[in-house]
Design a protein around this ligand. Structure first.
Ligand code: SF4
Length: 207
């Protein structure tokens, strides 16, 4: 069946501050703060899904989880028999909300709770590159742990990040806010498995 996909910005609000964010409210312009009620969202979604014959709806924002009743909208969509994607920065994803989502999507969402280092190692085996757009520092446990598992990282060169990474040797350090460079390096790694392997060895040795 052909995929008819609908992307729905369910809110423009977000507590994040990503450098690459295109959301208009970030530019300090007057912007209407009003939000649609859940009832209106349901009506709107139902109408558009029918008109465009969509079978997949992606809920995005802003940050969709900022809507406290997002799960109700997801449930509504499920009852309309359309697939649902949620694009989220996950900062509002606490245990209660994860469990709610797992109960709604038992086949798509898996909640692993606490993971021992052995389990984490199994997950690391399935990862090639760690991308962090953190602008407050990247000398973090996930960065160090993944590098010790030979996984390369692409991160902004902020604060003391360079104490954990030798640029171009063990991973890539990108000057803050250089999005174009960030994407170039990411693309380079995605397209060069041999380079990933070589740099991965160096990353392991350093960490
Ligand atoms: S999480 Fe998304 S909406 Fe929020 S600031 Fe970052 S890019 Fe913008």
């Amino acid at each position: 069946m052909k995929q008819q996909s609908l992307i729905f910005e369910i809110t423009q609000k977000c507590a994040g501050n990503c450098v690459y964010c295109y959301n208009v409210w970030k530019n300090n312009v007057p912007y209407p703060e009003r939000k649609l009620s859940t009832r209106k969202i349901r009506r709107l979604l139902q109408k558009v899904i029918k008109e465009v014959n969509a079978n997949l709806v992606t809920l995005t924002g802003g940050e969709p989880l900022i809507r406290k009743n997002l799960e109700k909208i997801v449930k509504f969509l499920k009852n309309l028999h359309v697939g649902v994607n949620i694009i989220t920065n996950a900062t509002l994803l606490n245990e209660k909300r994860i469990k709610k989502l797992v109960s709604q999507f038992p086949n798509q969402v898996e909640y692993k709770e606490f993971l021992s280092y052995t389990h984490m190692s199994q997950i690391y085996e399935k990862i090639d590159i760690l991308v962090s757009t953190n602008i407050y520092g990247n000398r973090t446990l996930p960065v160090i742990e993944t590098m010790s598992a030979k996984i390369l990282v692409v991160v902004f060169d902020v604060l003391d990040t360079k104490r954990s990474i030798i640029n171009k040797k063990t991973s890539f350090l990108i000057p803050p806010f250089h999005i174009k460079k960030f994407i170039q390096k990411l693309k380079l790694l995605i397209e060069n498995p041999k380079l990933r392997e070589k740099m991965g060895e160096e990353a392991k040795n350093l960490s």
